[in-house]
Design a protein around this ligand. Structure first.
Ligand code: 5AD
Ligand code: SF4
Ligand code: FES
Length: 348
């Protein structure tokens, strides 16, 4: 069949074109299982059994953007907003380091309350704790990214969300895909390891678009790709849209692994939210990273990008042992390193 022929092409490590990707994205049932199995083998061959944990600290749920898909959008007036204080952030970071996290991700909505200097000082302080720091704070200018790099930030996570420029511009009012990709190029130029990614199952997204998402990740030469299902949030314009599926998201993760053997791929929290074994399934379809929340419990429920997010009632220490248990149960091991990009080439 055309599926088997295309899978054989993937197994022979031949370059997959857009049509090939669409064939593989159409796999169902047993075909999809074969695809996951191959992706799992590629992960094992190139990266072994190590799973990297990244602790996420959600600094602020204020956001000046109005993305149609996201519960933090400024138009959501029903959400109580919070910002962690400088002290709270550092205490959270210390606790996460004590739990053994070797990478901390500082994530937040686009909140102008925090100045570029504030983030600079924060990163400088956290870097003293001997961890890798990833920033996930949205779009900024070159000089801001440069300042944060000088503070010691190692990585930056800024997903392209969707490679379809029309869909992108519709879902992110006032924003342009081109600008997003410009930010990504600047970050690479500044020596950050770049994390990108997209949502799967957005209304208006097609198989063609999903294939483009994969090709764009490859073209941007990303170090990490976060691929998660779209989950409709009741207080957004997409409230009544369909949710992305487990199966399609897993196929996207698997293909990302197949076309980019050395990229870091998280088993996303969103996947764990739509299916109780979503993260485990992703770890067996190419993923090699998990990003547990380490934010203070009293604020977790408020970081409601999408509804029913897992772990909102769990303390960091609980998630840490929960996830370690899941990783071990799969015959995998928790990495004891910072888990820098195996693609290398970056001087730090
Ligand atoms: N469902 C799934 N993921 C979402 N994100 C935002 N809204 C949703 C949603 N409704 C993701 C985007 C963004 C990050 C903040 O969360 O990919 O990059
Ligand atoms: Fe803000 Fe990001 Fe949510 Fe868009 S996706 S509203 S930029 S937090
Ligand atoms: Fe939070 Fe399992 S990772 S409870």
């Amino acid at each position: 069949s055309i599926f088997i022929d295309t899978l054989a092409k993937a197994q022979a490590q031949e370059e997959l074109n857009k049509d090939d990707l669409k064939v593989l994205l159409s796999a169902d049932g047993e075909e999809a299982s074969l695809l996951f199995k191959h992706a799992d083998a590629v992960r094992e061959k190139y990266l072994g059994k190590e799973v990297h944990l990244r602790g996420i600290i959600e600094l602020t749920n204020y956001c000046k953007q109005n993305c149609h898909y996201c519960g933090l959008r400024r138009g959501n007036e029903q959400l109580s907003r919070y910002r962690l204080t400088y002290r709270e952030i550092l205490t959270t970071a210390e606790q996460a380091v004590a739990l053994g996290y070797k990478t901390l991700v500082l994530q937040g909505g686009e909140d102008s309350y925090f100045s570029a200097r504030d983030i600079y000082e924060l990163v400088k302080e956290i870097k003293k704790m001997d961890v890798a720091v990833t920033l996930s704070l949205g779009e900024h200018d070159f000089d801001t990214y440069k300042l944060w790099r000088e503070a010691g930030s190692d990585r930056y996570l800024i997903k392209h969300e969707t490679a379809d420029p029309h869909l992108y511009e519709h879902l992110r009012p006032g924003k342009r895909l081109k600008q997003r990709l410009q930010c990504q190029s600047w970050l690479k130029e500044l020596g950050y390891e770049l994390g990108s990614g997209c949502m799967v199952g957005l209304p208006g997204q097609t198989l063609d678009t999903l294939a483009e998402d994969l090709l764009l990740l490859k073209k941007m030469d990303v170090d990490m790709a976060g691929i998660g299902p779209f989950i409709p949030h009741p207080q957004t314009p997409l409230a009544s849209a369909q949710q992305g599926t487990l199966e399609m998201t897993l196929k996207m993760v698997a293909l990302a692994r197949i076309i980019m053997p050395l990229v870091h791929l998280p088993a996303t929290t969103a996947l764990g939210t739509i299916h109780p074994e979503g993260r485990e399934k992703a770890l067996q379809a190419g993923a090699n990273v998990v990003m547990p929340n380490v934010s203070p419990s009293e604020y977790r429920a408020l970081y409601q990008i999408y509804p029913n997010k897992i772990c909102i009632r769990d303390e960091p220490v609980h998630c840490r042992s929960c996830i370690t248990g899941k990783i071990k149960a799969l015959g995998r091991v928790v990495s004891t390193t910072r888990g820098h990009s195996p693609k290398g080439g970056i001087t730090r």
